[in-house]
Design a protein around this ligand. Structure first.
Ligand code: C2E
Ligand code: MG
Ligand code: MG
Length: 703
């Protein structure tokens, strides 16, 4: 067949068309429209499909393995028959080494001498196919890589549906791949995910290309949730238009758990598991904020109609430090736990109980709280504490004192409410303990006094405001100086000398007596040394020891250190302890007594007769002296009962081989009585008041 044919009735100059057809580097073919066999091909076609023209003519595309994808030949022909123009179809041909090579073909109908033909041009698109495959491969690689990630990843299309996601994402949410694809982000987030959040995220996403990192709750397939960190990134298509987004989620449950644990520890007391001061302050702050907001008209000092908004109960265990010191810290801890449990029993769900100090608890009662409701809470606590607490060894009684402040009447902020509740608690203590008191203007001056003293006392040691006075002890037989007792004085910068009865109980209460006591010991030993160096030999130095010194400080080590430092013979030092300390045989106390005995330091029981020591018990202790309490001596010549006690104590003491010292001897008749009963030593104003060291030296050095 000779060319050129006429395309759609347009006549092209023969030589020109033929030159284009045969000279083109694009493969062309002409096939018969009836049966599809080749009528003509060009050189480029021969080269592309690796077949000779002679071999091709008369064969069909199927014969040579030219494979047409997409629509069928029939529908293609139908389309071509209907209208002119080129019609693209994608073809693939099997090539020499068996690899498919792709072309896009464009066909059009040729009418020639009353017959129809198909003219087809083949555009090589293999590069494009290769590039697409490469992209697909690297995408698959990427997806495989994503599957190894711990973080979840999901791609959401413009249609707001999940198009792909990694293994971690599916496993975290509990879906299979089929289940999760085509879900929308809304299907996998809790209903309360604020729309506002989404809007902010989307805005950021569009503007910046990525969102902030958000913490939110993620919904699992089973309806449970877990905390995640989420970040979204914008996707753009090849033309730079918005094409959905991808999100990365990280499961932060473990971190949250750890955080919660840390929060718990820093907001709770480890002994009782109750909220601590920090949590109380936070909660109270929050409660007050809400109360002020709800009742803006509630002015400080006025009472809203439906009662007070907040009540604070400041609860302090009575004499707890004594219990702790005499029975040991383990028992003290147990008692604190029992106390916490007791107090907790009277609370409602909404109330908060915190332990804010050693034996201090605070209850926060929230609105509305009437005075009578608060009173009944306080009363219930007091009555619970009126029951004995059964400990393995014995039953103990422990009472509490409670101070109450009300918002807004007694304060507008956390600090003043707590302070005023504490003041009221002090008031309760000063009124005999085991009671409760509301804060009020009528709070005694005694409370303020105690608060100020407590405040001043804390720095007194550092400011060197303490001095020791010494009171002589006289041997009745000779009238000679047998020793001195060191008695502490606080020289307050504003108030002058303060007696120990006024500040030692406070020092014990606030737990600083051990430090002060250590100073007393060292100062007394130093004084002995100074006197000795001056040629004034004092036979014995008695130092008062508080219960806490046995429990809290290394008493033995301190005593030994001072004896060594001043080269004092141990038996010139006498430690005075009260009966009550000795009555509790805790390990610490027994160890301290053993240590005192070993060192060769003497031990005296002070204020004897006020406790309940049994004879058998006294025998087992390394004691050398009994000091008869002033209260008995005072009544000599007045009260025959006290005389009888004094007589008995002296006799008891003698029978145990102990020495007796009578304290508080002021009058001659007392001295005579004691002499008659063979009491060896006396101490009292009759002989000398407690005096500064220099005066003692001046008065007694010449004897
Ligand atoms: P205490 O150990 O029984 O001391 C005897 C107290 O009786 C002293 O009171 C003393 O001044 C007083 N006194 C002595 N003779 C007479 C008298 O004839 N008539 C009267 N009415 N009183 C007399 P002070 O110095 O006020 O000490 C009171 C308590 O404070 C002491 O009682 C002791 O328990 C304690 N104390 C004193 N110094 C210390 C110390 O350094 N450490 C410790 N832990 N407690 C101390
Ligand atoms: Mg004493
Ligand atoms: Mg005494």
């Amino acid at each position: 067949m000779s060319l050129p044919p006429t395309a759609s009735g347009i006549t092209i100059p023969t030589s020109y068309s033929s030159a284009i057809f045969h000279g083109s580097t694009i493969p062309f073919s002409i096939t018969s429209l009836d049966d599809g066999h080749f009528v003509e091909v060009n050189a480029a076609f021969e080269a592309a499909f690796g077949q000779k023209r002679e071999d091709l003519l008369g064969k069909t595309t199927v014969d040579i393995g030219l494979w047409i994808s997409g629509e069928s030949r029939d529908t293609l022909l139908e389309r071509i028959n209907l209208g002119g123009g080129m019609h693209p179809v994608t073809l693939a041909a099997v090539r020499r080494n068996g690899i498919l090579h792709h072309y896009r073909s464009f066909s059009t109908r040729l009418d020639y001498e009353g017959k129809f033909y198909l003219f087809t041009a083949f555009i090589d698109i293999q590069d494009q196919i290769d590039a697409e495959k490469e992209a697909r491969d690297s995408r698959n690689h990427l997806l495989q890589l994503y599957d190894t990630m711990v973080d979840g990843y999901a791609r959401v299309g413009k249609d707001f549906r999940i198009q792909e996601c990694n293994r971690a994402f599916r496993e975290m949410l509990g879906y299979t791949e089929e289940e999760i694809l085509n879900l929308t982000p809304r299907d996998i987030t809790p209903a309360d995910w604020h729309n506002l959040d989404i809007r902010i995220e989307q805005e950021q996403l569009l503007r910046r290309g990525y969102s902030d990192i958000y913490e939110k709750e993620q919904l699992r397939k089973d309806g449970t949730t877990f905390p995640i960190e989420l970040q979204l990134y914008r996707c753009l298509d090849s033309t730079g238009n918005y094409d959905g987004f991808w999100g990365v989620i990280r499961d932060i449950s473990e971190r949250k758990r750890q955080q919660a644990n840390i929060d718990y520890i820093s907001y709770h007391d480890s002994l009782t598991n109750l909220p601590n001061r920090a949590l109380l302050l936070e909660k109270l702050e929050h409660t007050l904020k809400r109360a002020r907001h709800l009742f803006p008209a509630t002015a400080l000092g006025t009472q809203p109609e439906d009662g007070y908004q907040v009540a604070l109960l400041f609860i302090d265990l009575d004499h707890f430090k004594n219990i702790n010191d005499t029975m040991g810290h383990a028992v003290g801890d147990t008692l604190l736990q029992i106390a916490a449990g007791k107090i907790a029993r009277v609370l409602r769900e909404s109330d908060l109980l915190a332990r804010i100090g050693g034996d201090e608890f605070v209850i926060l009662l929230e609105a509305p709280v009437s005075t009578s409701a608060t009173t009944s809470v306080a009363n219930r606590i007091l009555s619970l504490f009126s029951l004995p607490i059964p400990l393995p060894e014995k039953e103990v009684y422990m009472s509490t004192s409670i101070g109450i402040s009300l918002f807004p009447k007694d304060g507008d902020d956390t600090e003043s409410l707590i302070k005023h509740a504490e003041l009221a608690m002090f008031q309760a203590k000063s009124e005999g303990r085991a009671v409760f008191r509301f804060y009020g203007a009528e709070l005694g001056a005694g409370i303020m006094e105690r608060m100020t003293l407590e405040h001043d006392l804390r720095g007194a040691l550092q400011r060197r405001e303490f001095v020791l006075y010494y009171q002589p002890q006289i041997a009745l037989a000779t009238g000679q100086l047998a020793g001195v007792e060191a008695l502490l004085r606080w020289v307050h910068p504003a108030r002058g000398i303060i007696a120990p009865s006024q500040f030692i109980p406070i020092a014990e209460d606030i737990g600083i007596i051990s430090e002060i006591g250590a100073w007393v010991l060292q100062e007394a030993c130093r004084q002995m040394d100074e006197w000795l160096v001056a040629g004034f030999k004092v036979p014995s130095m008695a130092v008062n020891i508080s219960a806490q010194q046995f429990e809290r400080s290394n008493l033995i080590a301190i005593v030994q250190e001072q004896l060594n430092k001043y080269h004092l013979p141990p038996d010139t030092l006498e430690l005075e302890v009260t009966e009550s300390i000795l009555m509790h045989k805790t390990e610490l106390i027994l160890a301290a007594l053993e240590g005192i005995k070993k060192m060769g330091v003497r031990l005296a029981i002070d204020d004897f007769g006020t406790g309940y020591s049994s004879l058998g018990y006294l025998k087992s202790l390394p004691v050398q002296r009994l000091k008869i309490d002033t209260s008995f001596v005072r009544e000599i010549g007045i009260d025959s009962n006290d005389e009888a006690i004094t007589r008995a104590v002296i006799a008891l003491s003698a029978s145990l081989g102990l020495e007796t010292v009578a304290e508080g001897v002021e009058r001659g008749e007392q001295e005579q009585f004691l002499r008659d009963e063979n009491c060896q030593f006396v101490q009292g104003f009759r002989y000398s008041r407690p005096l500064p060291a220099a005066e003692i030296q001046a008065n007694y050095a010449r004897h």
